[in-house]
Design a protein around this ligand. Structure first.
Ligand SMILES: NC(=O)c1ccc[n+]([C@@H]2O[C@H](COP(=O)([O-])OP(=O)(O)OC[C@H]3O[C@@H](n4cnc5c(N)ncnc54)[C@H](OP(=O)(O)O)[C@@H]3O)[C@@H](O)[C@H]2O)c1
Length: 252
Protein backbone atom coordinates (compact mmCIF):
# COMPACT_ATOMS: atom_id res chain seq x y z
CA UNK A 1 0.00 0.00 0.00
CA UNK A 2 1.45 3.42 -0.90
CA UNK A 3 1.49 6.35 1.50
CA UNK A 4 -1.58 8.03 -0.01
CA UNK A 5 -3.67 4.85 0.29
CA UNK A 6 -2.43 4.23 3.84
CA UNK A 7 -3.24 7.83 4.71
CA UNK A 8 -6.77 7.55 3.32
CA UNK A 9 -7.42 4.26 5.14
CA UNK A 10 -6.16 5.69 8.43
CA UNK A 11 -8.28 8.82 8.01
CA UNK A 12 -11.42 6.72 7.55
CA UNK A 13 -10.37 4.58 10.51
CA UNK A 14 -10.01 7.75 12.54
CA UNK A 15 -13.62 8.69 11.85
CA UNK A 16 -14.59 5.21 13.08
CA UNK A 17 -12.41 5.64 16.17
CA UNK A 18 -14.13 8.95 16.92
CA UNK A 19 -17.53 7.25 16.81
CA UNK A 20 -16.35 4.43 19.12
CA UNK A 21 -14.73 6.93 21.49
CA UNK A 22 -17.95 8.94 21.66
CA UNK A 23 -19.88 5.80 22.61
CA UNK A 24 -17.33 4.63 25.20
CA UNK A 25 -17.23 8.09 26.83
CA UNK A 26 -20.98 7.85 27.46
CA UNK A 27 -20.10 5.24 30.09
CA UNK A 28 -16.56 6.09 31.25
CA UNK A 29 -15.28 9.62 31.89
CA UNK A 30 -11.64 10.30 31.07
CA UNK A 31 -9.91 10.12 34.49
CA UNK A 32 -8.15 13.48 34.77
CA UNK A 33 -8.91 16.86 36.36
CA UNK A 34 -12.14 16.90 38.36
CA UNK A 35 -12.95 13.39 37.11
CA UNK A 36 -9.69 11.77 38.28
CA UNK A 37 -10.10 8.61 40.38
CA UNK A 38 -8.11 5.60 41.61
CA UNK A 39 -7.60 2.48 39.54
CA UNK A 40 -5.90 3.96 36.49
CA UNK A 41 -2.30 3.01 37.35
CA UNK A 42 0.72 5.23 37.98
CA UNK A 43 0.34 9.00 37.79
CA UNK A 44 2.57 11.95 36.93
CA UNK A 45 2.35 15.70 37.76
CA UNK A 46 -0.55 17.30 35.92
CA UNK A 47 1.38 20.09 34.22
CA UNK A 48 4.14 17.72 33.02
CA UNK A 49 1.45 15.43 31.59
CA UNK A 50 -0.15 18.31 29.69
CA UNK A 51 3.20 19.43 28.28
CA UNK A 52 4.11 15.89 27.16
CA UNK A 53 0.80 15.04 25.52
CA UNK A 54 0.35 18.36 23.70
CA UNK A 55 3.88 18.62 22.28
CA UNK A 56 3.57 16.06 19.41
CA UNK A 57 1.24 18.27 17.31
CA UNK A 58 3.88 21.03 17.35
CA UNK A 59 6.67 18.69 16.27
CA UNK A 60 4.63 16.72 13.72
CA UNK A 61 3.13 19.80 12.02
CA UNK A 62 6.51 21.55 11.88
CA UNK A 63 8.21 18.46 10.43
CA UNK A 64 5.47 17.89 7.86
CA UNK A 65 5.73 21.50 6.75
CA UNK A 66 9.51 21.25 6.48
CA UNK A 67 9.39 17.96 4.53
CA UNK A 68 6.24 18.59 2.47
CA UNK A 69 6.12 20.32 -0.90
CA UNK A 70 3.35 22.89 -0.18
CA UNK A 71 4.94 26.03 1.20
CA UNK A 72 2.81 28.93 -0.09
CA UNK A 73 1.32 31.75 2.01
CA UNK A 74 -1.89 29.77 2.68
CA UNK A 75 0.17 26.81 3.94
CA UNK A 76 2.11 29.15 6.20
CA UNK A 77 -1.22 30.49 7.51
CA UNK A 78 -2.37 26.92 8.26
CA UNK A 79 0.88 26.13 10.02
CA UNK A 80 0.73 29.32 12.12
CA UNK A 81 -2.92 28.77 13.09
CA UNK A 82 -2.32 25.20 14.21
CA UNK A 83 0.89 26.06 16.06
CA UNK A 84 -0.73 29.06 17.76
CA UNK A 85 -3.15 26.66 19.41
CA UNK A 86 -0.68 23.96 20.36
CA UNK A 87 2.26 26.12 21.44
CA UNK A 88 -0.14 27.69 23.93
CA UNK A 89 -1.72 24.39 24.97
CA UNK A 90 1.53 22.44 25.23
CA UNK A 91 4.12 24.95 26.32
CA UNK A 92 2.30 27.85 28.05
CA UNK A 93 -1.03 26.62 29.45
CA UNK A 94 0.43 23.77 31.57
CA UNK A 95 2.75 26.11 33.43
CA UNK A 96 -0.01 28.62 34.21
CA UNK A 97 -2.40 26.01 35.64
CA UNK A 98 -3.30 26.51 39.31
CA UNK A 99 -2.90 22.81 39.75
CA UNK A 100 -0.30 22.47 42.53
CA UNK A 101 0.12 18.86 43.62
CA UNK A 102 -2.45 17.52 41.12
CA UNK A 103 -1.59 14.48 39.02
CA UNK A 104 -2.90 12.59 36.01
CA UNK A 105 -2.68 8.89 35.12
CA UNK A 106 0.28 8.03 32.87
CA UNK A 107 -2.14 6.05 30.68
CA UNK A 108 -4.17 9.21 29.89
CA UNK A 109 -1.00 11.07 28.94
CA UNK A 110 0.31 8.13 26.86
CA UNK A 111 -2.97 7.71 24.97
CA UNK A 112 -3.23 11.42 24.19
CA UNK A 113 0.45 11.54 23.19
CA UNK A 114 -0.03 8.68 20.72
CA UNK A 115 -3.33 9.85 19.26
CA UNK A 116 -1.95 13.38 18.91
CA UNK A 117 0.96 12.08 16.81
CA UNK A 118 -1.33 10.20 14.46
CA UNK A 119 -4.08 12.77 14.01
CA UNK A 120 -1.49 15.52 13.54
CA UNK A 121 0.28 13.49 10.86
CA UNK A 122 -3.00 12.73 9.06
CA UNK A 123 -3.83 16.42 8.88
CA UNK A 124 -0.41 17.91 8.21
CA UNK A 125 0.71 15.38 5.60
CA UNK A 126 -2.50 15.99 3.70
CA UNK A 127 -2.21 19.77 3.93
CA UNK A 128 1.48 20.03 3.11
CA UNK A 129 2.01 17.08 0.75
CA UNK A 130 -0.80 14.77 -0.35
CA UNK A 131 -3.70 17.18 -0.82
CA UNK A 132 -4.19 19.92 -3.41
CA UNK A 133 -1.76 22.85 -3.46
CA UNK A 134 -3.21 25.92 -1.76
CA UNK A 135 -2.86 28.78 -4.20
CA UNK A 136 -3.94 32.36 -3.43
CA UNK A 137 -7.38 31.49 -4.86
CA UNK A 138 -7.85 29.46 -1.68
CA UNK A 139 -7.26 32.55 0.48
CA UNK A 140 -10.25 34.37 -1.06
CA UNK A 141 -12.64 31.41 -0.95
CA UNK A 142 -15.62 32.07 1.37
CA UNK A 143 -14.91 28.76 3.17
CA UNK A 144 -11.40 29.93 4.05
CA UNK A 145 -12.59 33.37 5.14
CA UNK A 146 -15.52 32.08 7.23
CA UNK A 147 -13.33 29.32 8.67
CA UNK A 148 -10.62 31.79 9.64
CA UNK A 149 -13.18 34.01 11.40
CA UNK A 150 -14.61 31.03 13.30
CA UNK A 151 -11.11 29.87 14.23
CA UNK A 152 -10.22 33.26 15.70
CA UNK A 153 -13.50 33.51 17.63
CA UNK A 154 -13.15 29.96 18.99
CA UNK A 155 -9.54 30.62 19.95
CA UNK A 156 -10.59 33.73 21.87
CA UNK A 157 -13.49 31.97 23.63
CA UNK A 158 -11.26 29.04 24.60
CA UNK A 159 -8.59 31.33 26.07
CA UNK A 160 -11.07 33.64 27.78
CA UNK A 161 -12.86 30.69 29.42
CA UNK A 162 -9.59 29.03 30.49
CA UNK A 163 -8.59 32.36 32.07
CA UNK A 164 -11.88 32.62 34.00
CA UNK A 165 -11.29 29.12 35.39
CA UNK A 166 -7.71 30.00 36.29
CA UNK A 167 -8.82 33.07 38.26
CA UNK A 168 -11.20 31.01 40.42
CA UNK A 169 -8.30 29.90 42.57
CA UNK A 170 -6.03 31.97 44.79
CA UNK A 171 -2.35 30.90 44.69
CA UNK A 172 -1.96 27.48 46.29
CA UNK A 173 -5.71 26.69 46.28
CA UNK A 174 -6.86 23.47 44.61
CA UNK A 175 -10.64 23.42 45.31
CA UNK A 176 -13.54 24.16 42.97
CA UNK A 177 -16.01 27.07 42.67
CA UNK A 178 -18.85 27.98 40.32
CA UNK A 179 -17.42 29.96 37.39
CA UNK A 180 -19.29 33.08 36.30
CA UNK A 181 -19.06 35.54 33.42
CA UNK A 182 -17.97 35.24 29.80
CA UNK A 183 -19.23 32.10 28.09
CA UNK A 184 -20.10 30.59 31.50
CA UNK A 185 -23.29 32.70 31.42
CA UNK A 186 -24.60 30.30 28.79
CA UNK A 187 -22.87 26.92 29.21
CA UNK A 188 -20.90 24.95 31.80
CA UNK A 189 -17.93 24.35 29.46
CA UNK A 190 -17.36 27.38 27.22
CA UNK A 191 -13.68 26.42 26.93
CA UNK A 192 -14.78 23.21 25.19
CA UNK A 193 -17.25 25.18 23.05
CA UNK A 194 -14.41 27.52 22.05
CA UNK A 195 -12.25 24.55 21.11
CA UNK A 196 -15.09 23.02 19.06
CA UNK A 197 -15.69 26.32 17.23
CA UNK A 198 -11.96 26.66 16.58
CA UNK A 199 -11.67 23.25 14.94
CA UNK A 200 -14.94 23.75 13.04
CA UNK A 201 -13.37 26.86 11.53
CA UNK A 202 -10.20 24.90 10.86
CA UNK A 203 -12.11 22.13 9.05
CA UNK A 204 -13.96 24.76 6.99
CA UNK A 205 -10.85 26.75 6.08
CA UNK A 206 -8.80 23.65 5.18
CA UNK A 207 -11.77 21.80 3.58
CA UNK A 208 -10.54 18.20 3.68
CA UNK A 209 -11.34 14.84 5.24
CA UNK A 210 -8.40 14.66 7.71
CA UNK A 211 -9.30 17.97 9.39
CA UNK A 212 -12.96 16.90 9.44
CA UNK A 213 -11.84 13.70 11.17
CA UNK A 214 -10.01 15.86 13.70
CA UNK A 215 -13.18 17.88 14.31
CA UNK A 216 -15.13 14.64 14.79
CA UNK A 217 -12.45 13.47 17.23
CA UNK A 218 -12.68 16.74 19.19
CA UNK A 219 -16.48 16.48 19.38
CA UNK A 220 -16.27 12.83 20.41
CA UNK A 221 -14.03 13.75 23.34
CA UNK A 222 -15.39 17.10 24.46
CA UNK A 223 -19.18 16.67 24.19
CA UNK A 224 -19.30 13.69 26.61
CA UNK A 225 -16.85 15.48 28.91
CA UNK A 226 -19.03 18.59 28.88
CA UNK A 227 -21.96 16.41 29.88
CA UNK A 228 -19.96 14.87 32.77
CA UNK A 229 -18.81 18.30 33.87
CA UNK A 230 -22.35 19.72 33.84
CA UNK A 231 -23.63 16.80 35.95
CA UNK A 232 -20.66 17.18 38.28
CA UNK A 233 -21.51 20.86 38.90
CA UNK A 234 -25.21 20.10 39.47
CA UNK A 235 -24.36 17.33 41.96
CA UNK A 236 -21.84 19.39 43.83
CA UNK A 237 -23.37 22.89 43.95
CA UNK A 238 -27.08 23.21 44.97
CA UNK A 239 -27.02 26.85 43.82
CA UNK A 240 -25.61 26.04 40.36
CA UNK A 241 -27.39 28.16 37.69
CA UNK A 242 -30.04 25.81 36.26
CA UNK A 243 -30.45 27.78 33.04
CA UNK A 244 -26.93 26.93 31.86
CA UNK A 245 -26.61 24.35 29.11
CA UNK A 246 -23.77 21.85 28.88
CA UNK A 247 -21.79 23.12 25.88
CA UNK A 248 -24.05 24.41 23.10
CA UNK A 249 -25.90 27.60 24.18
CA UNK A 250 -29.66 27.16 24.29
CA UNK A 251 -29.45 23.65 22.84
CA UNK A 252 -27.46 21.10 24.90
N1 LIG B 1 -9.21 18.97 21.56
C1 LIG B 1 -9.52 18.09 22.51
O1 LIG B 1 -9.94 16.97 22.20
C2 LIG B 1 -9.35 18.46 23.97
C3 LIG B 1 -9.48 17.47 24.94
C4 LIG B 1 -9.35 17.84 26.27
C5 LIG B 1 -9.09 19.16 26.61
N2 LIG B 1 -8.95 20.10 25.66
C6 LIG B 1 -8.73 21.50 26.01
O2 LIG B 1 -7.83 21.61 27.10
C7 LIG B 1 -8.25 22.60 28.02
C8 LIG B 1 -8.35 22.01 29.42
O3 LIG B 1 -9.30 20.97 29.39
P1 LIG B 1 -9.73 20.23 30.73
O4 LIG B 1 -10.59 19.09 30.32
O5 LIG B 1 -8.55 19.97 31.61
O6 LIG B 1 -10.63 21.39 31.42
P2 LIG B 1 -11.13 21.47 32.92
O7 LIG B 1 -11.34 20.09 33.48
O8 LIG B 1 -12.28 22.39 32.95
O9 LIG B 1 -9.91 22.11 33.73
C9 LIG B 1 -9.22 23.24 33.28
C10 LIG B 1 -8.49 23.89 34.46
O10 LIG B 1 -9.41 24.64 35.27
C11 LIG B 1 -9.50 24.10 36.58
N3 LIG B 1 -10.91 24.11 36.91
C12 LIG B 1 -11.92 23.55 36.19
N4 LIG B 1 -13.12 23.79 36.76
C13 LIG B 1 -12.85 24.52 37.87
C14 LIG B 1 -13.68 25.06 38.90
N5 LIG B 1 -15.01 24.92 38.88
N6 LIG B 1 -13.11 25.73 39.94
C15 LIG B 1 -11.75 25.89 39.95
N7 LIG B 1 -10.91 25.41 39.00
C16 LIG B 1 -11.46 24.72 37.98
C17 LIG B 1 -8.93 22.70 36.49
O11 LIG B 1 -8.40 22.29 37.74
P3 LIG B 1 -8.16 20.72 38.12
O12 LIG B 1 -7.11 20.23 37.17
O13 LIG B 1 -7.72 20.78 39.53
O14 LIG B 1 -9.47 20.00 37.91
C18 LIG B 1 -7.85 22.91 35.45
O15 LIG B 1 -6.73 23.50 36.04
C19 LIG B 1 -9.59 23.14 27.52
O16 LIG B 1 -9.40 24.42 26.92
C20 LIG B 1 -10.05 22.13 26.49
O17 LIG B 1 -10.76 22.74 25.43
C21 LIG B 1 -9.07 19.77 24.34
Amino acid sequence: MDVAALHHTLTLAWLGLAAVTFLVLQFISAPYGKHIRDGWGPTLPNHIGWAIMETPPIVVFSLSFALGSHKGPVDVAFLCAFLSHYVYRGWIYPFRLPTAGKRMPVIVCALAFTTNILISWLQSWWLFELGPAHTMVWAFDPRFLAGAALFVFGFWLNHDSDAILRRLRAPGETGYRIPHGGGFRFVSSPHYLGEIIEWTGWALATWCLPTTAFLAWTLANLVPRANETHRWYLDRFPDYPRERKRVFPGVY
